[in-house]
Design a protein around this ligand. Structure first.
Ligand code: FPP
Length: 243
């Protein structure tokens, strides 16, 4: 249930599922003459604040684009710094996630992650599995095209084995083989730092999602910015291709 604090938001105006492309960490740091990693560290504070904001609003799912398959191309020091930051975040935030009833899940090629990150992730996923207030999904080593290719390969195998009739394949057949099969499609996509692209994020799932692009850099994004995005979402008239 949305809390009283957000009584200004009309009922029904709160998205069930928010997805965020957290962009601008590097620019935030460079603008301050700091190392790029400082931007990611400050970005982790924005994550903490947004999780709280989503809990207060009554959002059911929050999916964060934390690391793409393309991000492996970054300098090794930045990649390793990000992985260590994730490890620290997962162990430090665990009590708070539990206190808030947040269930942690992850999507992507998780086997690509360093052992320590996989371990921290497994531990946090297991420790929060019974929570039911908000599902926080981290997209890690994630590529939407790879996800779709994986799903198509699974379907092809089922057809080859005679378990699936090609004529029976529809959008649900594919959707139910994606990493996100347990979640509803996002209602609202937020991208920070003003960039107007999807960057290989949830290409299938965002078909009818409302977009909100803000110039704010991710490390500066806080609960109030989230509230602003949700207010803007509340003004949209969703037609899903109808009239
Ligand atoms: C994009 O900014 C951001 C990333 C590639 C990493 C996102 C990671 C965090 C916010 C760290 C914490 C995450 C969690 C889940 C604890 P960029 O570096 O591409 O920014 P730029 O476009 O300004 O260079």
């Amino acid at each position: 249930m949305p809390s009283k604090k957000n009584a200004s938001l009309q009922s029904g105006a709160v998205p069930r599922h928010i997805a965020i492309i957290m962009d601008g960490n590097g620019r935030w740091a460079c603008g301050k003459g700091l190392e790029r990693l400082s931007g990611h560290e400050r970005g982790a504070e924005a994550v903490r604040d947004c999780v709280k904001g989503c809990r207060e609003l009554g959002v059911e799912y929050l999916t964060l684009y934390a690391f793409s398959t393309e991000n492996w191309k970054r300098p090794k020091a930045e990649v390793m710094g990000l992985m260590k930051l994730l490890d620290r975040f997962l162990s430090k935030e665990l009590p708070e996630l539990n206190a808030q009833g947040v269930k942690l899940e992850a999507i992507g090629r998780l086997a690509d992650l360093p052992d320590s990150t996989q371990k921290a992730l497994r531990r946090a996923i297991e420790a929060t599995a019974q929570n039911n207030k908000l599902t926080l999904v981290l997209a890690l080593s994630y590529s939407s095209r790879v996800e779709i290719v994986d799903a198509i390969q699974a379907i092809a195998r089922e057809v080859q084995a005679g378990r699936l009739d090609p004529a029976a394949i529809d959008a649900n057949t594919l959707g139910s083989r994606l990493y996100t099969r347990a979640y509803p499609d996002p209602d609202l996509l937020i991208r920070t730092s003003g960039e107007m692209r999807l960057s290989n994020f949830l290409l299938w799932q965002l078909s009818y999602t409302e977009f909100y692009i803000t110039e704010t850099l991710w490390p500066d994004f806080r609960k109030n910015d989230l509230l602003e995005a949700v207010r803007e979402y509340g003004k949209r008239h969703r037609r899903f291709g109808g009239i």
